[in-house]
Write a protein that binds this ligand. Structure first.
Ligand code: UD1
Length: 339
C-alpha cells in the first residue's frame, strides 16, 4: 500500500514534534508546516535523529492565504493534523485579535483548501478548557461546553464549531481531540517542551525551580475543595497524547468514524493535585523542591480530569505511561537544556 502523506501543522512544537515521531514510527510520510513562532528549527534534526527519517519541512505562515494555496498546489495530502496555534491564556486576553487571526484564520484557510481539493481527513487540537469547571467529575464527552473563560479557550470552541459546520456542509471527516494537561518529553530526551521566558504551566516551572533557574515555585491556592486544598488536573504523558492522534487518524483513514465530526477526551483519567505533583517530582528527582503557597490564580478552576472510557473504546487507545515516568522525562529534559 502506498504510504499516506500527512500534513502536520505546528509539527515542530511540543505536541506536534512528538506526534510526527509517532506518525513516522507508524509508517506515515510526514510533511511539516511550522513558522517557528514558538519553537526552534533544531527540533527537525532531533526528530530525524530519533526516527532516522527526515520529514519534509516548510516554513509557512498559515495566516498568508496565498502561501497556503501554493503549498497545496504543490502537494498531494491524504490527511491533516492541525496543531499550529497560539496557546498562552494570559496573552490571549491582551491580544484577542491576534489570537482570532492566527487560530481561526489559519483554520479557515486550511479547511477551504481541503474542500477545494477533496481532502477529507482532519484532526484538530482542542482542549479540555472547553468544559470550564465541569459540574461532574470525571469529565465525559457529554459534559456541556461552557462559556469560554479566555480568548484562547474561545478559539478552541469556535474552531470546533467551524469544523462541525464544515463537516455538515462538505464531505469533511474530522476528529477534535480535547487534551487535558500534556507533560513530559520523548524517552530519547531529544525533544520536549521549550517554554519561552517564564513558564506559565506547572511542570516547566517545577523543573526550572529544581534546576535553580527559578527561586521557588508558587503554588496557586490551597483552599480548593480537593483532597489537599490544591487544584486538581489530569496530567498526560505527551507520547501517550501523540499516540492518540495516530489512533484518531487511522479511525478516519479506515472509515471507522461514526459521525463526520467527533470529539474525544484525551487525558490519563487520573486527577492529581499540585501538592501530589510536587511530591511525585521530589521522589523522581530525589531533590526537595522549594515552594510556597500563595493565593489562587485568577481564572483557574478547582478540578478537571477526564473520563476516557469513550476515547479508549472508540480510538482503541490507552495511556501506557504514568505520572512518575512523565515527570522523570520532564526532569531529564530540563537537565539537558540548562539555559
Ligand atoms: C492551562 C491553561 C489551559 C490550557 C492548559 C494547557 C490557564 C488558566 N489555563 O491550564 O487553558 O489548556 O494550560 O496545558 O492558564 N500552578 C501553580 N503554580 C504555577 C503554575 C501552575 O500552582 O506556577 C497550578 C495551577 O494553578 C493549576 C495547575 O498548577 O492548578 C496546572 O496549571 P497549568 O499547568 O498552568 O495548567 P492549567 O491551569 O490546567
Amino acid at each position: 500500500m502506498k504510504m499516506k502523506k500527512i500534513l502536520v501543522t505546528g509539527g515542530l512544537g511540543f505536541i506536534g514534534s512528538h506526534t510526527v515521531v509517532e506518525l513516522q514510527n507508524a509508517g506515515f510520510e510526514v510533511i511539516i508546516i511550522d513558522n517557528l513562532s514558538n519553537t526552534k528549527i533544531s527540533v527537525l534534526d532531533k526528530i530525524t535523529e530519533i526516527t532516522g527519517l527526515k520529514p519534509e519541512y516548510h516554513n509557512i505562515d498559515l495566516r498568508v492565504k496565498e502561501d497556503v494555496k501554493l503549498f497545496f498546489n504543490n502537494h498531494k495530502i491524504d490527511g491533516i493534523i492541525h496543531f499550529a496555534a497560539f496557546k498562552a491564556v494570559g496573552e490571549s486576553m491582551q491580544n484577542p485579535l491576534d489570537y482570532y487571526e492566527n487560530n481561526i484564520g489559519s483554520l479557515v484557510y486550511l479547511l477551504q483548501e481541503m474542500r477545494d481539493r477533496k481532502i477529507t481527513n482532519f484532526i484538530f487540537s482542542s482542549s479540555c478548557t472547553v468544559y470550564g469547571q465541569a459540574d461532574q467529575l470525571p469529565i465525559t464527552e457529554n459534559a456541556p461546553v461552557k462559556t469560554a473563560e479566555s480568548t484562547y479557550g474561545n478559539t478552541k470552541q469556535i474552531g470546533e464549531e467551524i469544523i462541525k459546520e464544515t463537516c455538515k456542509a462538505d464531505n469533511l471527516q474530522a476528529i477534535a481531540l480535547r487534551y487535558f494537561n500534556p507533560i513530559g518529553a520523548h524517552e530519547s530526551i531529544k525533544i520536549g517542551e521549550l517554554p519561552l521566558g517564564v513558564p506559565q504551566n506547572l511542570i516547566p516551572f517545577v523543573t526550572q525551580t529544581a534546576a535553580g533557574i527559578r527561586k521557588e515555585l508558587a503554588v496557586f491556592g490551597d483552599d480548593y475543595p480537593t483532597i489537599d486544598g490544591t487544584a486538581v488536573r489530569d496530567y498526560i504523558h505527551v507520547v501517550d497524547l501523540a499516540k492518540a492522534h495516530i489512533a484518531a487518524l487511522k479511525r478516519l483513514i479506515n472509515k471507522e468514524n461514526k459521525e463526520n465530526f467527533e470529539f474525544f477526551n484525551v487525558g490519563s483519567g487520573t486527577g492529581t493535585s499540585v501538592l501530589e505533583v510536587i511530591k511525585t517530582f521530589e521522589k523522581v528527582s530525589k531533590k526537595p523542591l522549594n515552594y510556597k503557597i500563595v493565593g489562587r490564580r485568577e481564572g483557574d478552576i478547582t478540578a478537571a480530569y477526564a473520563d476516557t472510557t469513550i476515547a479508549n473504546k472508540e480510538l482503541n487507545w490507552q495511556t501506557e505511561k504514568n505520572l512518575e515516568e512523565a515527570l522523570d522525562a520532564a526532569w531529564q529534559w530540563q537537565q539537558k537544556n540548562k539555559e
